[in-house]
Write a protein that binds this ligand. Structure first.
Ligand SMILES: C[S@@+](CC[C@H](N)C(=O)[O-])C[C@H]1O[C@@H](n2cnc3c(N)ncnc32)[C@H](O)[C@@H]1O
Length: 257
Protein backbone atom coordinates (compact mmCIF):
# COMPACT_ATOMS: atom_id res chain seq x y z
CA UNK A 1 0.00 0.00 0.00
CA UNK A 2 1.22 3.48 -0.87
CA UNK A 3 2.17 5.75 1.96
CA UNK A 4 -0.11 8.75 2.38
CA UNK A 5 1.60 12.10 2.95
CA UNK A 6 1.52 13.13 6.57
CA UNK A 7 -1.38 15.47 7.25
CA UNK A 8 1.06 18.18 8.31
CA UNK A 9 2.64 18.23 4.80
CA UNK A 10 -0.61 19.49 3.24
CA UNK A 11 -1.16 23.23 3.06
CA UNK A 12 -3.79 24.19 5.61
CA UNK A 13 -7.24 24.46 4.05
CA UNK A 14 -6.55 22.54 0.84
CA UNK A 15 -7.84 19.15 -0.16
CA UNK A 16 -5.37 17.30 -2.32
CA UNK A 17 -6.15 14.62 -4.88
CA UNK A 18 -5.49 13.40 -8.41
CA UNK A 19 -7.31 16.38 -9.91
CA UNK A 20 -5.16 18.83 -7.99
CA UNK A 21 -6.15 21.02 -5.11
CA UNK A 22 -9.75 21.95 -4.56
CA UNK A 23 -10.30 25.65 -3.96
CA UNK A 24 -8.76 26.61 -0.68
CA UNK A 25 -10.75 27.52 2.37
CA UNK A 26 -10.07 29.06 5.69
CA UNK A 27 -10.18 26.72 8.63
CA UNK A 28 -10.59 28.00 12.13
CA UNK A 29 -7.69 27.09 14.36
CA UNK A 30 -9.92 25.57 16.99
CA UNK A 31 -11.97 22.51 16.11
CA UNK A 32 -11.58 22.74 12.30
CA UNK A 33 -14.91 24.55 11.78
CA UNK A 34 -15.25 26.54 8.56
CA UNK A 35 -15.20 30.27 9.01
CA UNK A 36 -15.68 31.37 5.39
CA UNK A 37 -17.16 30.05 2.14
CA UNK A 38 -17.27 26.29 1.63
CA UNK A 39 -14.86 24.63 -0.78
CA UNK A 40 -15.90 24.07 -4.38
CA UNK A 41 -14.66 21.77 -7.11
CA UNK A 42 -16.37 23.81 -9.83
CA UNK A 43 -13.23 25.42 -11.33
CA UNK A 44 -11.59 21.99 -11.58
CA UNK A 45 -14.77 20.47 -12.98
CA UNK A 46 -15.03 23.19 -15.62
CA UNK A 47 -11.41 22.64 -16.55
CA UNK A 48 -12.03 18.89 -16.85
CA UNK A 49 -15.03 19.50 -19.13
CA UNK A 50 -13.10 21.92 -21.33
CA UNK A 51 -10.13 19.56 -21.60
CA UNK A 52 -12.52 16.71 -22.47
CA UNK A 53 -14.20 18.77 -25.20
CA UNK A 54 -10.80 19.66 -26.62
CA UNK A 55 -9.54 16.10 -27.00
CA UNK A 56 -8.89 15.09 -30.61
CA UNK A 57 -11.36 12.23 -30.31
CA UNK A 58 -13.58 10.93 -33.09
CA UNK A 59 -16.20 8.34 -32.19
CA UNK A 60 -16.62 5.68 -34.84
CA UNK A 61 -20.01 4.44 -33.57
CA UNK A 62 -21.46 1.00 -34.10
CA UNK A 63 -21.88 1.35 -37.86
CA UNK A 64 -18.55 3.11 -38.31
CA UNK A 65 -20.24 6.49 -38.83
CA UNK A 66 -17.96 9.08 -37.29
CA UNK A 67 -18.99 11.79 -34.83
CA UNK A 68 -16.35 14.30 -33.85
CA UNK A 69 -15.77 15.27 -30.28
CA UNK A 70 -17.64 18.45 -29.28
CA UNK A 71 -20.50 17.90 -31.77
CA UNK A 72 -22.98 19.82 -29.62
CA UNK A 73 -22.46 23.35 -28.39
CA UNK A 74 -22.96 23.10 -24.65
CA UNK A 75 -23.71 25.34 -21.70
CA UNK A 76 -21.16 25.29 -18.90
CA UNK A 77 -23.00 27.39 -16.37
CA UNK A 78 -23.56 30.76 -18.07
CA UNK A 79 -20.84 30.13 -20.67
CA UNK A 80 -21.61 28.60 -24.06
CA UNK A 81 -19.12 26.55 -26.05
CA UNK A 82 -18.98 26.44 -29.85
CA UNK A 83 -19.45 22.89 -30.99
CA UNK A 84 -20.05 21.62 -34.52
CA UNK A 85 -23.78 22.29 -34.23
CA UNK A 86 -25.28 25.59 -33.31
CA UNK A 87 -27.95 26.05 -30.70
CA UNK A 88 -31.34 24.46 -31.55
CA UNK A 89 -33.34 26.26 -28.87
CA UNK A 90 -35.70 27.79 -31.42
CA UNK A 91 -37.10 24.34 -32.23
CA UNK A 92 -37.25 23.15 -28.64
CA UNK A 93 -39.15 26.34 -27.77
CA UNK A 94 -41.90 25.21 -30.13
CA UNK A 95 -42.51 22.05 -28.10
CA UNK A 96 -44.46 21.81 -24.86
CA UNK A 97 -42.15 19.75 -22.63
CA UNK A 98 -43.90 20.68 -19.40
CA UNK A 99 -44.47 17.63 -17.21
CA UNK A 100 -43.43 15.25 -20.01
CA UNK A 101 -41.29 12.15 -19.87
CA UNK A 102 -38.77 12.46 -22.68
CA UNK A 103 -36.31 10.10 -24.38
CA UNK A 104 -33.37 11.60 -26.31
CA UNK A 105 -31.90 9.22 -28.90
CA UNK A 106 -28.20 9.65 -29.67
CA UNK A 107 -27.97 12.09 -26.78
CA UNK A 108 -24.31 12.96 -27.41
CA UNK A 109 -23.17 15.44 -24.72
CA UNK A 110 -26.71 15.69 -23.35
CA UNK A 111 -27.38 19.31 -24.32
CA UNK A 112 -30.78 18.62 -25.90
CA UNK A 113 -31.76 16.42 -22.94
CA UNK A 114 -30.88 19.19 -20.47
CA UNK A 115 -32.65 21.73 -22.70
CA UNK A 116 -35.86 19.66 -22.64
CA UNK A 117 -35.63 19.47 -18.85
CA UNK A 118 -35.00 23.23 -18.65
CA UNK A 119 -38.23 23.68 -20.60
CA UNK A 120 -40.19 21.80 -17.99
CA UNK A 121 -39.81 18.11 -18.85
CA UNK A 122 -40.43 16.03 -15.74
CA UNK A 123 -37.74 13.49 -16.51
CA UNK A 124 -35.40 12.89 -19.45
CA UNK A 125 -33.46 9.77 -20.43
CA UNK A 126 -30.69 9.98 -23.02
CA UNK A 127 -29.40 6.96 -24.94
CA UNK A 128 -25.91 7.31 -26.38
CA UNK A 129 -23.62 4.66 -27.84
CA UNK A 130 -20.27 6.28 -27.18
CA UNK A 131 -19.09 5.87 -23.57
CA UNK A 132 -16.93 8.99 -23.63
CA UNK A 133 -19.85 11.19 -24.70
CA UNK A 134 -21.91 9.65 -21.90
CA UNK A 135 -19.10 10.48 -19.47
CA UNK A 136 -18.86 14.12 -20.56
CA UNK A 137 -22.67 14.42 -20.49
CA UNK A 138 -22.53 13.35 -16.83
CA UNK A 139 -19.82 15.93 -16.08
CA UNK A 140 -21.97 18.64 -17.64
CA UNK A 141 -24.98 17.52 -15.59
CA UNK A 142 -22.87 17.82 -12.46
CA UNK A 143 -21.54 21.27 -13.36
CA UNK A 144 -24.97 22.60 -14.31
CA UNK A 145 -26.69 21.10 -11.24
CA UNK A 146 -29.05 19.26 -13.59
CA UNK A 147 -31.60 16.99 -11.97
CA UNK A 148 -33.77 14.21 -13.40
CA UNK A 149 -31.75 13.86 -16.60
CA UNK A 150 -29.98 10.49 -16.96
CA UNK A 151 -27.68 9.13 -19.61
CA UNK A 152 -27.32 5.47 -20.53
CA UNK A 153 -24.90 3.78 -22.85
CA UNK A 154 -27.36 2.16 -25.25
CA UNK A 155 -27.46 1.04 -28.86
CA UNK A 156 -30.53 2.73 -30.33
CA UNK A 157 -30.55 0.32 -33.28
CA UNK A 158 -31.38 -2.50 -30.85
CA UNK A 159 -35.17 -2.96 -30.48
CA UNK A 160 -34.66 -4.28 -26.93
CA UNK A 161 -33.72 -0.82 -25.60
CA UNK A 162 -37.21 0.50 -26.31
CA UNK A 163 -38.99 -0.23 -23.05
CA UNK A 164 -41.31 1.88 -20.93
CA UNK A 165 -43.36 4.79 -22.18
CA UNK A 166 -42.26 8.29 -23.13
CA UNK A 167 -44.48 11.26 -23.96
CA UNK A 168 -41.95 12.60 -26.46
CA UNK A 169 -39.02 10.85 -28.16
CA UNK A 170 -36.37 13.17 -29.60
CA UNK A 171 -34.29 11.95 -32.52
CA UNK A 172 -32.01 14.77 -33.68
CA UNK A 173 -29.54 13.94 -36.46
CA UNK A 174 -29.83 10.19 -35.89
CA UNK A 175 -32.14 9.25 -38.79
CA UNK A 176 -29.71 6.61 -40.08
CA UNK A 177 -30.15 4.69 -36.84
CA UNK A 178 -33.85 5.27 -36.15
CA UNK A 179 -35.21 4.77 -39.68
CA UNK A 180 -35.12 0.93 -39.45
CA UNK A 181 -36.47 0.98 -35.92
CA UNK A 182 -39.45 3.34 -36.24
CA UNK A 183 -41.85 0.50 -35.46
CA UNK A 184 -40.19 -0.10 -32.05
CA UNK A 185 -40.14 3.64 -31.30
CA UNK A 186 -43.84 3.92 -32.15
CA UNK A 187 -44.58 1.30 -29.49
CA UNK A 188 -43.22 3.48 -26.68
CA UNK A 189 -44.42 6.96 -27.68
CA UNK A 190 -47.14 8.92 -29.43
CA UNK A 191 -44.91 11.86 -30.39
CA UNK A 192 -41.58 11.99 -32.22
CA UNK A 193 -39.46 15.15 -32.49
CA UNK A 194 -37.04 14.51 -35.32
CA UNK A 195 -34.26 16.39 -37.10
CA UNK A 196 -33.42 15.17 -40.60
CA UNK A 197 -29.98 14.82 -42.10
CA UNK A 198 -29.07 17.19 -44.92
CA UNK A 199 -31.97 17.57 -47.34
CA UNK A 200 -31.84 17.38 -51.08
CA UNK A 201 -35.49 17.65 -52.14
CA UNK A 202 -36.11 14.34 -50.35
CA UNK A 203 -38.09 15.43 -47.29
CA UNK A 204 -41.30 13.73 -48.35
CA UNK A 205 -39.81 10.64 -49.97
CA UNK A 206 -37.19 9.81 -47.34
CA UNK A 207 -38.78 11.20 -44.17
CA UNK A 208 -42.45 12.17 -43.96
CA UNK A 209 -43.70 9.22 -46.02
CA UNK A 210 -41.93 6.44 -44.06
CA UNK A 211 -42.63 8.21 -40.77
CA UNK A 212 -46.35 8.58 -41.58
CA UNK A 213 -46.83 4.81 -41.35
CA UNK A 214 -46.28 5.13 -37.60
CA UNK A 215 -46.88 8.84 -36.93
CA UNK A 216 -49.39 10.08 -39.54
CA UNK A 217 -49.56 13.70 -38.29
CA UNK A 218 -46.54 15.90 -38.93
CA UNK A 219 -45.72 19.56 -38.72
CA UNK A 220 -42.45 21.11 -39.86
CA UNK A 221 -41.03 23.29 -37.10
CA UNK A 222 -38.39 24.85 -39.34
CA UNK A 223 -35.01 24.50 -41.00
CA UNK A 224 -31.89 23.81 -38.98
CA UNK A 225 -28.28 24.13 -40.06
CA UNK A 226 -26.01 21.33 -41.17
CA UNK A 227 -23.17 22.32 -38.90
CA UNK A 228 -20.34 24.79 -38.71
CA UNK A 229 -18.16 23.24 -41.38
CA UNK A 230 -18.38 21.12 -44.53
CA UNK A 231 -21.87 22.43 -45.29
CA UNK A 232 -23.06 20.41 -48.29
CA UNK A 233 -26.01 22.80 -48.70
CA UNK A 234 -29.68 22.05 -48.31
CA UNK A 235 -29.86 22.21 -44.53
CA UNK A 236 -32.01 20.03 -42.33
CA UNK A 237 -35.60 20.14 -41.15
CA UNK A 238 -37.02 19.64 -37.68
CA UNK A 239 -40.32 17.76 -37.66
CA UNK A 240 -42.83 17.11 -34.91
CA UNK A 241 -44.72 13.91 -35.69
CA UNK A 242 -47.61 12.35 -33.79
CA UNK A 243 -50.02 9.46 -33.90
CA UNK A 244 -53.09 11.69 -33.76
CA UNK A 245 -53.91 15.30 -34.48
CA UNK A 246 -54.79 15.81 -30.82
CA UNK A 247 -51.38 14.54 -29.65
CA UNK A 248 -49.68 16.84 -32.15
CA UNK A 249 -51.67 19.82 -30.84
CA UNK A 250 -50.82 18.96 -27.24
CA UNK A 251 -47.11 18.55 -28.03
CA UNK A 252 -46.88 22.05 -29.50
CA UNK A 253 -46.04 24.85 -27.10
CA UNK A 254 -48.89 27.28 -26.67
CA UNK A 255 -48.30 30.35 -28.79
CA UNK A 256 -48.20 33.75 -27.14
CA UNK A 257 -51.30 35.78 -27.96
C1 LIG B 1 -24.86 13.28 -35.41
S1 LIG B 1 -24.80 13.02 -33.68
C2 LIG B 1 -26.34 13.75 -33.12
C3 LIG B 1 -26.29 14.06 -31.66
C4 LIG B 1 -27.54 14.73 -31.08
N1 LIG B 1 -28.73 13.94 -31.25
C5 LIG B 1 -27.72 16.08 -31.69
O1 LIG B 1 -28.44 16.23 -32.67
O2 LIG B 1 -27.10 17.02 -31.18
C6 LIG B 1 -25.17 11.29 -33.54
C7 LIG B 1 -25.05 10.77 -32.14
O3 LIG B 1 -25.54 9.45 -32.08
C8 LIG B 1 -24.61 8.61 -31.43
N2 LIG B 1 -24.79 7.26 -31.94
C9 LIG B 1 -24.29 6.71 -33.07
N3 LIG B 1 -24.68 5.43 -33.21
C10 LIG B 1 -25.47 5.16 -32.14
C11 LIG B 1 -26.16 3.99 -31.68
N4 LIG B 1 -26.15 2.87 -32.41
N5 LIG B 1 -26.84 4.06 -30.52
C12 LIG B 1 -26.84 5.22 -29.77
N6 LIG B 1 -26.22 6.35 -30.16
C13 LIG B 1 -25.54 6.32 -31.32
C14 LIG B 1 -23.28 9.23 -31.76
O4 LIG B 1 -22.25 8.84 -30.87
C15 LIG B 1 -23.61 10.71 -31.66
O5 LIG B 1 -23.50 11.19 -30.35
Amino acid sequence: MKDRPAASSLPVGTVSGAAGSVASMEVASSGGALTSSPPTARPQLEELIRVSLGLPYVSSGKEGIETGNHYQSVSIGDAKTSGFRSDRSAFLNRVDFRGRKVLDLGSNLGELSRSARARGADVVDGFEYDPFFVEVAHLLNAYNFTTRVSFFQRDITDPKVYVGHYDIVMAFAVWTYVRPILSSISQITEALLLETHNLNGNLERDYTTPISRFFPHTTVLGESDWGRTQDPGGGRAVLLCAKTGAVLEQALAPTAT
